[in-house]
Design a protein around this ligand. Structure first.
Ligand code: C2O
Ligand code: CU
Length: 475
C-alpha cells in the first residue's frame, strides 16, 4: 500500500473510494455530543484509587441510527475518563477481551517502565490482565490512554481504543476556571466508514473523511450563554486540525499537553496534530440565545476536495444565560525554570516517499524493539534537535516519560501558543526543525519516542531510549 503522494498537506482527503460510505450522506449536527462518563473506582484507600477496565468490542452509534463495531475500554467509545490528583496513586487493572493483544500507554505520563504500556509489553487476548500503576508524581495535565502494540497500535486506536485521563493538582484547583458541567473534554478524530457503516481501515490510508467529536459524527452541543472550558484532544491517527470558531471570534488558550500555560493567550485558532491537546475557554455570553456557531477545521484541504463537511467539526447551540462566577486569571501557573542542558542530539524523521515500501525511519533506521537507540544518563537535561526530512509529509514527535519545552522552531525562539507550555508532542511540517529540551529524572528504564501519526509509528518511525545511572550519581 502506498503513502499517497499529494501535492498539498498529505493528511488531506481524497474522494471516498468505491465501497466507502459517502461522507456527504452523513447528516451534520443531528446528534448531541455526549460527554464521556467518569470511571468510578472499584476501591479507594488512603493513598490510592483502584480501577478496573475490560477492553472489549461493542457496537456504538457513531453515525445516526447505525451500529458500528468498535474496540473499547469498558464498552464506551471513546473510553471512560479517569480523574486523578497529583500525589495520589491510580492503579488500573486491565482485562483484554479483544481479539488482539493490547498495550495500554498513558500518554504524557511520568511513570515507571513497567506501567508505561510500551510496544513490547502486551496484555494477552482471551482475558489476559495487567495492572498498571500510575504514581501521578507530576503536575496537572490532560493525559490520555491508548493502545501501543507495535504494528497494531494504528488499527486498534483507529478502531476506538482510547480514553482520557484528567490529572489535576492544587495549582489548578486554586484557580476558578469553569468547572463541573462547564468543563468539557472533547476527543476529536476522523474516521472512514464502509457502506455498511463499519470502520474501514488500511495502513497508510488518509481517506478518513467523517469527523467525530466524543464518538459522534458531526454532533451539536448545547451550551448556556456563559464561559466554558473545553479540553480538546486530537486522538486521530493521521489528521491535523486547525480549529477556529465560525464567526472568527477570539477565545482563550489556557493550556497544552502538560497542563496550563503561564498566562492565557487570546487566539482565534489553535492547531492540533495527532496526540496533542489544547485547553481553551470560550465565552458564549456574547451571543444571543438561539445563536448557532460551528467549530471549524481550517486545516487546508485539497483544492479539489469535494467534502465540504470536513471544514466543520461540531456545532454549538447557545441557550439562555447561566450564572457564571468563573474567571480566567492573568497568571495561571509558573513553569519550572529551564536547567542548563549538557547533551545535544539530532533526530531525523524520514520515510520512503516513493511509496515503494511502507517504511519509516528515525535516524535512518526503522524501529527495532530489541535495539536501544539512545542512551540517556539519569538526571540529564538534553536538547534534541528534531528534523522532518520528508518533503511532502508532515510528522510529529512524541517522547514518553517526560514533558518537554519547545525552545526553537525553524531557528526562531518559541514564545507563544501551545508551545509556550509543557509539551509531549510537537508537530513538524515537511522540512521543519524544532529544538526541544527535557530532563530525564524519576525513573530508569527503556521508553520510546516516535511520530504520533500512528500509521508512521507502525511503519517504523519509532525508537527506544534507555535512561540509566552509569556514573553512580544519586540523581
Ligand atoms: Cu500517545 Cu507512544 O504515544
Ligand atoms: Cu509521521
Amino acid at each position: 500500500l502506498l503513502v499517497p503522494a499529494l501535492s498539498s498537506p498529505a493528511e488531506a482527503t481524497d474522494p471516498p473510494a468505491a465501497g466507502d460510505l459517502d461522507p456527504a450522506s452523513v447528516p451534520q449536527f443531528q446528534q448531541a455530543m455526549p460527554v464521556p462518563g467518569t470511571l468510578r473506582p472499584t476501591a479507594v484507600s488512603g493513598t490510592t484509587d483502584y480501577y478496573a477496565m475490560t477492553m472489549k468490542e461493542v457496537d456504538a452509534e457513531i453515525l445516526p441510527g447505525r451500529k458500528t463495531l468498535v474496540r473499547t475500554f469498558d464498552g464506551s467509545f471513546p473510553g471512560p475518563v479517569i480523574k486523578a490528583v497529583s500525589g495520589r496513586r491510580v492503579v488500573v487493572r486491565q482485562t483484554n477481551r479483544l481479539t488482539v493483544p493490547a498495550s495500554v500507554h498513558l500518554h504524557g505520563a511520568h511513570v515507571p517502565q513497567s506501567s508505561d504500556g510500551s510496544p513490547m509489553d502486551l496484555v494477552a487476548t482471551g482475558g489476559g490482565t495487567k495492572t498498571y500503576t500510575y504514581p501521578n508524581s507530576q503536575p496537572h495535565a490532560n493525559l490520555w490512554f491508548h493502545d501501543h502494540t507495535h504494528h497494531q497500535e494504528s488499527e486498534t486506536v483507529y478502531r476506538g481504543l482510547t480514553g482520557l485521563y484528567l490529572l489535576t493538582d492544587a495549582t489548578e484547583q486554586r484557580l476558578n476556571l469553569p468547572s463541573g458541567s462547564y468543563d468539557v473534554p472533547i476527543s476529536l478524530r476522523d474516521a472512514r466508514f464502509d457502506a455498511d457503516g463499519q470502520l474501514a481501515y488500511s495502513m497508510g490510508d488518509v481517506k478518513r473523511t467523517v469527523l467525530l467529536a466524543n464518538g459522534k459524527a458531526w454532533p451539536y452541543f448545547e451550551v448556556a450563554a456563559r464561559k466554558y472550558r473545553f479540553r480538546l484532544f486530537n486522538t486521530s491517527n493521521m489528521r491535523f486540525f486547525v480549529l477556529k470558531l465560525s464567526d472568527s471570534s477570539p477565545f482563550q488558550l489556557i493550556g497544552s499537553d502538560g497542563g496550563l500555560l503561564e498566562k492565557p493567550l487570546e487566539v482565534d485558532s489553535v492547531a492540533l496534530s495527532p496526540g496533542e491537546r489544547a485547553d481553551i475557554v470560550v465565552d458564549f455570553s456574547r451571543y444571543a440565545a438561539g445563536t448557532t456557531l460551528v467549530l471549524d477545521n481550517t486545516r487546508p484541504l485539497r483544492p479539489d476536495d469535494p467534502v465540504e463537511q470536513l471544514g466543520k467539526v461540531l456545532q454549538f447551540r447557545v441557550g439562555g444565560p447561566a450564572a457564571d462566577t468563573s474567571t480566567v486569571p492573568a497568571t495561571l501557573r509558573t513553569l519550572p525554570a529551564l536547567p542548563a542542558a549538557t547533551v545535544d542530539r539530532s533526530i531525523e524523521l524520514s520515510m520512503d516517499e516513493t511509496g515503494a515500501t511502507q517504511d519509516a525511519y528515525i535516524n535512518g533506521r526503522p524501529y527495532d524493539m530489541d535495539r536501544v537507540d539512545t542512551e540517556v544518563e539519569y538526571g540529564a537535561t538534553e536538547i534534541w534537535t528534531v528534523h522532518n526530512a520528508s518533503t511532502r509529509m508532515p510528522h510529529n514527535f512524541h517522547i514518553h516519560l517526560v514533558q518537554f519545552r519547545v525552545l526553537e522552531r525553524g531557528g526562531r525562539p518559541v514564545t507563544s501558543g501551545l508551545e509556550s507550555g509543557l509539551k509531549d508532542t510537537v508537530p513538524l511540517q515537511p522540512g521543519e526543525t524544532v529544538k526541544i529540551q527535557a530532563t530525564f529524572t524519576g525513573y530508569e528504564g527503556t521508553y520510546v519516542y516516535h511520530c504520533h501519526m500512528f500509521d508512521h509509528a507502525a511503519m517504523g518511525m519509532m525508537a527506544n531510549f534507555r535512561v540509566r545511572r552509569t556514573r553512580g550519581n544519586a540523581g
